[in-house]
Ligand binder design. Sequence first.
Ligand code: PSU
Ligand code: MN
Length: 307
Amino acid sequence: MHQFLLYSAEVAAARAAGKAIVALESTIISHGMPYPQNVRMANEVEQIIRDAGAVPATIAVMDGKICIGLSPRQLELLATSPDAMKVSRRDLPYVLSQSKLGATTVAATMICAELAGISVFVTGGIGGVHRGAATSFDISADLQELARTSVAVVCAGVKSILDIGLTLEYLETHGVPVVSMGQRGFPAFFTRESGYNADFQLDTAAEQAAFIQTKWQLGLKGGIVISNPVPAVDAMPQVEIDMITAQALQEAADDAIAGKQVTPFLLARIKQLTEGRSLATNIALVKNNARAGAALARAMLDHKAIQ
Ligand code: PSU
Ligand code: MN
């Protein structure tokens, strides 16, 4: 076992029993949603995964260890502590060697999941190429991680605060397949359509598992984006989200928000400007992804078994 990994009792038992395990990130808890909705969401998403016959492994850094699976008390700490650092690839050695509290982004969670032998990871939205990246160079480390780390990431697409077209171009360049389920269109997080198509539509978990395992059996290392549109009843009206996104982006520019603060700033402003309705959509889509991720993790085991 890796020296930095610490499994919860639940995840250790699941590993011993060969059960399906689903990784979950913690930046979404510490920096993506306000308290107490964040901790409620974290606990409910874990339970959805259990109810679907898989075992949740929320990942964070605490006391010099990468924790694979967290207790309710640890989830509460991440949800409330102002000290929780947003941890991406570059930050992992710092939080670990300094024994700081770290909430892992998509990129860092992928690294930790791969170390722990977990191949399916559920989140809300991935980072991407920011609008104006041609001059700001602001491209999320999540995209590089998808290029190199072999974990399937179930998400509701990419937020329209980002440049979705450039994000898809970047993923194509790095050989990261973007799969959609239930529709051809690549979703835009709060809404079901972005105006762009995914590369491949694979509706069932069995087809997705076969695709993922074929990629890795070919020696093609790296991630896969499995995009799952927010359910229609939970989606936000397109015009409203477009207006609010434009305003939040303008404010970020006016306030000279930069670096790792950009994404949390935009998420928080969108939530304020929609009076919390974007938060309800955000929570609904993560839960929807948890169901898809649990089914995929189970299908990965079934598909392995028949080979
Ligand atoms: N998008 C969301 N909610 C989030 C994030 C992105 O809708 O909480 C978080 C994820 O943890 C993602 C990170 O990995 O923001 C990306 O941050 P950055 O753009 O700084 O790489
Ligand atoms: Mn950035």
